[in-house]
Design a protein around this ligand. Structure first.
Ligand SMILES: CC(C)(COP(=O)(O)OP(=O)(O)OC[C@H]1O[C@@H](n2cnc3c(N)ncnc32)[C@H](O)[C@@H]1OP(=O)(O)O)[C@@H](O)C(=O)NCCC(=O)NCCS
Length: 186
């Protein structure tokens, strides 16, 4: 079989086996829909950024961010590489869909590495959504035959360390100058 054909079969298998959508009842009693990010989510992601506290923005991006570059928004909503993926948690707010969390896998085919990142809107934190989204993201990573997911976090970010502990995955932490590199073994 040609390489291209085998890639297409793998891609088809991933799409067949990946749950397209799930629902979760959070600790606040509310039900949230979790689904893959779609191309039309761009405006909703911008809306989510506008509702994050400076602290959450800093923990997610490791710097203050006012606006998201077009290129980044494009990458977040378009997946040309089958190993990249993003999940959104969706609610109905003011009569329309709003995103309250996004979790993402970003694969670098040249380096053969995959980064992950997550952010939950401040008014929805500590309800169990971060743990649910990471478990779903890691499931998607396993379906894509990924074995290690990496991220760089602020060393003082206790929240993400605790949530990762709850997922039950083995995590390696390497501390370097105020930042911590994380490797999650799926
Ligand atoms: C980290 C983050 C994703 C956690 O999401 P969340 O939805 O609040 O997490 P959960 O509700 O699933 O938390 C599960 C457990 O993790 C621990 N935890 C979560 N946030 C915590 C915090 N700020 N401090 C200490 N423990 C925390 C708790 O043990 C919690 O369980 P409990 O509430 O029953 O005590 C969220 O705080 C966030 O978006 N932070 C800003 C962005 C960020 O730090 N991203 C990570 C780097 S990419």
């Amino acid at each position: 079989m040609e390489d291209g054909e085998s890639d297409m079969l793998t891609a088809a298998k991933i799409l067949d086996s990946a749950p397209r959508e799930s629902g979760v009842v959070l600790k606040n009693g509310k039900t949230v829909r979790v689904r893959p990010v779609v191309q039309t989510d761009k405006a909703r992601i911008v809306d989510l950024l506008g509702k994050l506290s400076p602290d959450s923005i800093y923990r997610r991006f490791l710097r203050p961010v006012d606006t998201l570059p077009e290129e980044f928004l494009f990458q977040l909503t378009h997946f040309d590489d089958q190993k990249s993926y993003a999940l959104a948690a969706v609610i109905c707010e003011a009569g329309k869909e709003a995103l309250i969390a996004v979790a993402r896998l970003c694969h670098d085919p040249l380096e053969e590495t995959t980064d992950f990142a997550i952010v939950v809107r401040d008014d929805w934190q500590r309800c169990g959504l971060g743990e649910f989204m990471l478990r779903e993201l890691f499931k998607a990573g396993r379906q894509r035959n990924l074995t290690i997911l990496s991220s760089v976090i602020d060393s003082s970010n206790r929240g993400i360390k605790q949530v990762l502990r709850k997922t039950g995955c083995r995590v390696r932490y390497v501390h370097e100058k105020g930042a911590t590199k994380i490797d999650v073994f799926l």
